[in-house]
Design a protein around this ligand. Structure first.
Ligand SMILES: NC(=O)C1=CN([C@@H]2O[C@H](COP(=O)(O)OP(=O)(O)OC[C@H]3O[C@@H](n4cnc5c(N)ncnc54)[C@H](OP(=O)(O)O)[C@@H]3O)[C@@H](O)[C@H]2O)[C@@H](O)CC1
Ligand SMILES: Nc1ncnc2c1ncn2[C@@H]1O[C@H](COP(=O)(O)OP(=O)(O)O)[C@@H](O)[C@H]1O
Length: 418
């Protein structure tokens, strides 16, 4: 037993209510009430191999009790980063984890949820200088950082100062995606928005988003062309455009003409890239790609676990020099040099149709206002989640719709600026 452990054992012994059992090799576990609360302090973040022997047995016994389990810092048996070589039956299933100073990387992966339960960070007073001097590729986005990224609106500014952007979205039968992205784009403060839509659908945009200008495609049904790009500060493409051959040709043409203009690609634009991998080479540097895990799998292929998924995305971003926004709980923004920024806003109520289209509109708006690709992605994801949280407080998770996220964008941005 380490000196620290002995000190704490002696402290426990002096507590009147505490009964301390020390187990030697081969001793049976004491009989305890399975309804008890278990405090798990067996192993911490220094663990470097999967549990075996007595420790494994103890973890499996505790897990079989179905008791409330509170883990200190990290559930015993869970690795802080990669659990690729770990055994799932050798990890404590905590209902609550109190972790020190920072969440561990693995807490942010969906597959760790059964072990970590609810987690809360307890500050333990690590010095900020030490924290800042520690090299890392993993960051949690804080509201203060996002606030500093937003462009201030001063007295004499006009719409020209907030960028003119082009959104290419929607097809016959799926114009909702174009409407949601357009509304979100306007509500995040862009100066001017033009939306490229199929001929037969233009009235949908005119009626739903009168603030937006419409560029009408020669095709009745789908995206086949786009206007001269010179007026546009940034371009967004993909929500609900479909993957038909004429749209593939138009996207190819767009990538040939985009130059160094900032762009965000979502949904079917990503599916077209997956079906035509040669197009990946045409992506402009720092293009922002916003896949959900289904779209990501089509882009980078399958992965074994969540850590491997992150590694695959990092390699993809480095190879093509792009920014990927991997959507879901703790949406992760990965830069072209492999930095990963995890977002903590948002809630499961946002898991419904159109939420991602709203995010595309927000990021496009911020690109148009002059934010860099990484800043627009990090800030856009934070604002999207914050608006989702306000919408959830008002509506509840089940009733929350993508339109509710749009409706709460103004309040989310105001809250950020206070
Ligand atoms: N109002 C409108 O006009 C709307 C229009 N929209 C437009 O519709 C088009 C299709 O878009 P889409 O995302 O629904 O279909 P698609 O890309 O085939 O992905 C589905 C497959 O991927 C997977 N998958 C998905 N999410 C996952 C996750 N979080 N985590 C893990 N896996 C996940 C999932 O696989 P599964 O889990 O079922 O195995 C599922 O089979 C697109 O253009 C979009 O813009 C929508 O935006 C809705 C509103
Ligand atoms: N459990 C969750 N917690 C936080 N955000 C979520 C959760 N589920 C979904 N979201 C967010 O909702 C959006 C869903 O996007 P996407 O799947 O592309 O929807 P769609 O294609 O219907 O627009 C993403 O931004 C994602 O991060």
């Amino acid at each position: 037993m380490s000196d620290d452990a002995q000190t704490n054992r002696d402290r426990l012994r002096h507590l009147q209510q505490a009964v301390v059992y020390e187990l030697d090799k081969g001793d049976a576990l004491p009989q305890v009430d399975h309804q008890c609360v278990v405090i798990d302090g067996l192993f911490g973040s220094g663990l470097n191999r999967p549990l075996a022997g007595r420790a494994l047995e103890l973890v499996q016994t505790v897990n079989s009790w179905k008791a409330e389990v509170v883990a200190i810092d990290i559930p015993s048996g869970l690795m802080g980063e990669s659990n690729t070589d770990n055994h799932s039956d050798g990890i404590i299933k905590a209902t609550q984890t109190f972790t020190f100073q920072f969440p561990k990387l693995s807490f942010l992966f969906p597959e760790s949820a059964p072990y970590v339960g609810n987690w809360e960070v307890l500050p333990i007073g690590l010095h900020p200088d030490k924290i800042n001097a520690t090299p890392t590729s993993w960051f949690l986005t804080e509201a203060g950082r996002v606030k500093d990224l937003l462009k201030p609106r001063t007295r004499f500014m006009h719409k020209g100062h907030f960028g003119h952007v082009l959104l290419i979205a929607g097809s016959y039968g799926k114009m909702g995606a174009a409407v949601l992205a357009s509304r979100a784009c306007m509500k995040t403060g862009v100066g001017l928005l033009t939306v490229q839509v199929p001929h037969k659908t233009c009235h949908v945009l005119h009626c739903s988003v009168p603030e937006a200008m419409v560029n009408i495609d020669r095709s009745d049904l789908m995206f086949t062309e786009f206007p001269d790009l010179s007026p546009f500060k940034a371009v967004g493409v993909g929500p609900a455009i479909g993957c038909r051959s004429n749209s593939v040709l138009a996207l190819t043409d767009l990538l040939d003409q985009i130059g160094s203009r900032p762009m965000v690609l979502d949904a079917d634009a990503l599916n077209i890239l997956s079906n035509n991998p040669a197009l990946l080479e045409k992506l402009p540097e720092n293009a922002v790609l916003t896949p959900h895990p289904g779209e990501l799998k089509r882009l980078v292929g399958p992965w074994g676990d969540d850590f491997e998924r992150l590694q695959k995305v990092v390699a993809f971003c480095r190879k093509y020099q792009v920014v990927v926004v991997l959507k879901g709980a703790f949406t992760t923004v990965i830069s072209s040099n492999g930095e990963c920024h995890f977002n903590t806003t948002g809630n499961p109520g946002m898991a419904s149709a159109g939420s991602g289209d709203v995010l595309t509109g927000i990021i496009l708006s911020l690109l148009g206002q002059g934010l860099s690709s990484m800043d627009a992605a990090v800030a856009g994801v934070h604002i999207h989640g914050a608006a989702g949280d306000l919408a959830c407080a008002a509506e509840g998770e089940a009733a929350l719709t993508a339109s509710d996220i749009v409706s709460h964008l103004g309040k989310a941005i105001v809250a950020l600026q206070q």
